[in-house]
Design a protein around this ligand. Structure first.
Ligand SMILES: Nc1ncnc2c1ncn2[C@@H]1O[C@H](COP(=O)(O)OP(=O)(O)OP(=O)(O)O)[C@@H](O)[C@H]1O
Ligand SMILES: [Mg+2]
Length: 278
């Protein structure tokens, strides 16, 4: 099982969109996947069309990790049923697994800058009950406070999302340094899987410039492919649909980008130490 956090210093850069795009690609590829919605706003849970019953949300699971019983409290994404209904479900039934540890405002109590070691391990303790998943994607809130650090502490890899603008590039560099410090102190096995450039406008001179700047700053950590600005993205998310199940060529192209991104993410093995030594 590989645990990947999707995080950023800044809000609104596309963490949830990248998380759900990757989840859609994983479902299409038949990779049994769990999405942990660690953002108190719970946008990923909404986008993944979950209908919780009496399951515990992730906030309550984090409160009592030993009694969390993750397997009983995850909720299947509504995308799975839709994929079955429209015949695009993967061939193996094991591959039709896309579960969600549902987000809630309750997680907010852990989003403090001073979270202690014991609290940082809460998500790892909850994920100890994860069974049968090959991939766990953790959608983080827009800060480097307690929840994001809790996610890093439970992760094998961190993926950063950035828009190709000045502040975003500077923020990504600061976040890389924060990952390095965190790795040294708390998580020696953590590595950055890389940086996803999102909302890239191909005709924008500023974006082209910032992308080449990111390429020279981060080298192979800048993941391919970039995700372009997608005109119907909000409509797809508003309908709580998977990009792989949305009709039309533009959705098909975007789905192919997420397929490639997922493949590159799963094989990437970036090392913070190597980069910062250069
Ligand atoms: N590639 C894209 N093309 C078009 N719109 C996008 C794209 N990526 C994200 N968006 C839109 O930008 C907004 C912010 O995206 P998203 O919620 O994924 O960001 P976030 O980093 O998770 O935000 P937050 O920090 O609030 O959690 C949303 O309305 C989303 O639909
Ligand atoms: Mg989000």
């Amino acid at each position: 099982m590989q645990v990947i956090s999707i995080s950023s210093l800044k809000g609104g850069v596309g963490k949830t969109s990248v998380t759900t795009g990757l989840a859609s690609a994983a479902l299409a590829a038949g990779i049994p996947t769990l999405v942990v919605d660690l953002d108190p706003h719970a946008d990923a849970s909404t986008a993944l069309a979950v209908r919780p019953d009496d399951q515990l949300d992730i906030g309550r699971m984090l409160k009592s990790p030993r009694r969390a019983r993750l397997a009983e409290n995850v909720v299947p994404s509504g995308w799975v049923e839709r994929a079955r209904a429209n015949g695009s479900s993967p061939a193996s039934s094991a591959g039709s697994v896309l579960d969600v540890a549902v987000g809630s405002a309750y997680t907010g109590i852990y989003d403090r800058p001073d979270l202690g070691r014991r609290d940082l391990r809460r998500l790892s303790a909850v994920l100890a009950g994860a069974e049968g998943y090959e991939l766990v994607l953790v959608d983080c809130p827009p800060s480097l406070n307690g929840l994001t650090r809790m996610a890093w502490s439970a992760s094998d890899k961190v993926t950063l999302v950035a828009e190709p603008g000045l502040f975003s590039v500077a923020g990504t560099e600061r976040t890389m340094r924060a990952i390095q410090l965190f790795k040294n102190e708390f998580a020696p096995n953590l590595s950055p899987a890389g940086i996803v450039a999102n909302r890239v406008r191909s005709g924008s001179a500023e974006h082209t410039f910032r992308l080449s700047e990111m390429q020279s700053m981060f080298g192979e950590l800048l993941l391919a492919p970039n995700i372009p600005e997608q005109a119907n993205w909000q409509q797809i998310q508003g309908a709580a649909h998977a990009i792989h199940h949305w009709p039309g060529d533009s959705a098909k192209n975007a789905a192919a980008l997420f397929d490639a991104l997922l493949a590159n993410l799963l094989k990437s093995n970036g090392s913070v130490r190597n980069r910062s030594q250069r």
